[in-house]
Ligand binder design. Sequence first.
Ligand code: SAM
Length: 287
Amino acid sequence: MATLGIPANTIAVLQKYNFNFQKKFGQNFLIDPHVLEKIIDAAGVTDEDFVLEIGPGIGTMTQYLCEAARHVAAVEIDRNLIPILEDTLKEYKNVTVLNEDILKLDIGSFAKEQNHGEPMRVVANLPYYITTPIIMGLFESHAPLKSITVMVQKEVADRMQAAPGTKDYGALSLAIQYYASPKIVANVPPNCFMPRPKVGSAVIHLVHHEKAPVLVEDERLMFRLIRASFNQRRKTLANGLNNSPEINLSKEEILESIEELGVPLTVRGETLTLEQFARLSNIIKSK
Ligand code: SAM
């Protein structure tokens, strides 16, 4: 039975092992059964699913995942947590714990070896200091994914879900929305964690697109354009692209491309949709 969601049980485990939290690993453990149930529910995990959990900590969410999934692979960087996980997960036969850094793991080969290359679900209460590299690493690996359901900093969740022209809209919104449909499923206050983080948190559910929502000839060029447009907010798109060391186009070529896109030459990058960035990159590619 999943027991660690109850604060007293988490404290007992921490005391038994004399565990010291490591700030550098972003360790804030969940101590709220309602939040844990909400995450499992939002993730849509069934007994047919293979789940990758990033950063199991002392195994709190892992216990819930083991009860819902066919198999759970939990990747934890902190070797001090491994003997604790062996203890807290001993009841479960459907879990594999790996003492690895998720950023160094080859996710594509991992998916092949562990789940015969079939789509998996990712569920995690992420270490906030590496939220973006973890999520982008998962998408860019092109490993087979059904969904990613993760606890992140509230402000980051808002940016992932933001629409064009809003204050939170930026390169992260476009990168996430190119790969998935995002939906914030819960806001979680600091008192649901031990120790309490200084920021609010949110659970975001990302459903991986089966097919890219826009046609892009050169993804890397599109992401270079996106970065250049948002590096200088409140500047026009033309100036943003012209000032970027990543874009090797003359001012005339930039203005021609923007004209071909059919938007005013004074347009700001932060108002462009994903579809418009895709078209702009295809226009530039063809030049
Ligand atoms: N899942 C647990 C929970 O909800 O109580 C712990 C979540 S805590 C926010 C983040 C976890 O990620 C910690 O256990 C931390 O040690 C682990 N972690 C940090 N960096 C990591 C990395 N690069 N690779 C794998 N795990 C990492």
